[in-house]
Design a protein around this ligand. Structure first.
Ligand code: GLN
Length: 277
């Protein structure tokens, strides 16, 4: 299993959010404390963030703005362990953002090993990560056409789940409803599937707890959702300090979490077969 994290709130450096906290996502790549499957997360990593302010000239890689003027996310993904990437160590203190999604990967057997399978996956303003595994996923009833399956970014269960989700998001489904519907469809076909999803558009975070751990903490104008807590004590917000975030809370298994900078809601997910709301 992997470990992942999403944050919305006052701008922080990637270093402050991911690298510096004791037991934070960086450390979780070699020493996760609550991971239920797998041991280390050394098969690559990825970080996606929303650039601050409008892109200066719409230049590629600087985050083109969407119709509402909100910047598109930018990603940095590698196939190496995060601790082995000197470039990330140099970039992390220099990048600040108010919305981040990051993951460290422990690849499921038989999946692509290169960076194309490292989360976050991206579609327009959306960033997505999957912590879990779906057995025999190539024969999963995804509803995708053969061309869509062949066109997956990576040969990986997470890429197939992301294609199912993007189809719903592009139809205008709200993020929480889209996650819940994909989780329940997949679980109906593969009851042993592990489906911890994490999705953001830079303003909201939607996540599922389904087979592995999920935690969150909130503070004034900030929400942090992560596979497992770090040991960061609540601290006042300064330019490069996390906002005064409260205690970590665990999300019950089989739940949907919806977070904005205004707060968090947890909704129990019904078992497969029950009617959608
Ligand atoms: N199945 C996904 C992959 O191969 C996620 C793995 C995980 O959660 N460790 O990347």
């Amino acid at each position: 299993m992997c470990r992942h994290l999403a944050y919305v709130g006052p701008p922080l450096t990637l270093d402050r959010l991911l690298v510096r906290p004791a037991h934070g996502l960086y450390e979780q790549s070699w020493q996760p404390r609550r991971q239920r499957h797998g041991t280390v997360n050394a098969d690559g990593f990825g970080v996606g963030w929303y650039p601050l302010g409008p892109a200066p000239d719409g230049a590629p890689g600087t985050g083109d703005a969407d119709d509402a003027g909100f910047p598109q996310p930018v990603r940095y993904r590698r196939a190496v362990p995060v601790w082995a990437d000197a470039n990330f160590a140099e970039l992390a203190p220099a990048i600040r953002s108010g919305a981040v999604l990051a993951a460290v990967r422990s690849a499921t057997a038989g999946t692509t090993q290169d960076e194309s399978a490292a989360a976050p996956f991206k579609d327009g303003r959306w960033l997505f990560s999957h912590n879990g595994a779906v057995r025999d996923w190539t024969r999963l009833p995804t509803g995708l056409t053969e061309a869509e399956l062949l066109g997956l970014e990576a040969h990986c269960d997470s890429a197939a789940l992301w294609a199912m989700l993007t189809a719903l998001l592009r139809q205008g489904q709200p993020p929480g409803g889209a996650l819940a519907s994909v989780a329940r469809r997949v679980a109906a076909a593969r009851p042993d599937a592990r489906l911890n999803f994490l999705l953001t558009d830079g303003r909201t975070i939607a996540a599922t707890a389904w087979g592995d751990t999920l935690w969150y903490r909130t503070g004034p104008g900030a929400a942090l959702v992560a596979s497992e807590p770090d040991e960061e004590p609540p601290a006042p917000h300064t330019a490069d300090q996390a906002p005064g975030l409260g205690e970590w809370r665990e999300v019950p298994d089989r739940s949907l979490l919806l977070a904005t900078t205004a707060g968090v809601r947890i909704i129990p997910l019904r078992p497969p077969g029950a009617a959608d709301r």
